[in-house]
Design a protein around this ligand. Sequence first.
Ligand code: 13P
Length: 254
Amino acid sequence: MSPVRSAFVAGNWKMNGALAGNVALLEKLRAGLPEREALEVAVFPPFPYLDQIARLLSGSTIGLGAQDVSRHAVGAYTGEVSAGMLREFGCRYALAGHSERRRFHLESDQLVAEKFGAAQAVGMTPILCLGETLEERQADATLDVVFRQLDAALALHGVAAFAHAVLAYEPVWAIGTGLSASPEAAQAVHRALRQRVAKDDLAVAADLRIVYGGSVKADNAAALFAQPDIDGTLVGGAALDADAFLAICRAVNG
Ligand code: 13P
């Protein structure tokens, strides 16, 4: 973690949640959130709960984010949710290109780049998710894959767009498996991503937050955060348990 970038801890609930349980979870999060300098925390519930969670977060520093966003602004796109709608419901952030969207909904790099732009166009911070599969890692293609995913958004929007964005490196083989990347392996990819952005703009690269996701828990968070280019985390499973999520937040700055 670097002293110049504030840490970001984001909880992606995926397709989990229920009205009553959400209340209990948010009460615990609000009560237990550590007072830390430069720590930004956000939750990403499923769309139907955004309004409920926005109300539960009222007056809190915890931010609200969407797990996905349409590339379209309005119109005949059944099932889609636009960035403007998400903004209206209090979302500050939107994930673009989570590996589960890429895998189960066949989202391409180009589509993900367009979603990134749609979120930014309404003032939300897009979180561009990148990561290689196990086969790609075994074929030594990790950097080729994450650069290809990053380059699609860089090509469409230019490096300046990354002054208002977050990168989330989430190796697919580490998601929900209990097999987190080692701090050193994750750091190597984060550093490479930052260097890639630095080729276009040094200042944007220096300020860009790159968070790691994939089986982050209370017991491995501190070692990941100790790496200079790991600026926080995108948490899945542990975000559904208030104690586990709060322990990860507390691991920021020791
Ligand atoms: P897990 O923390 O459950 O591995 O999920 C990571 C993730 O996909 C967050 O977006």
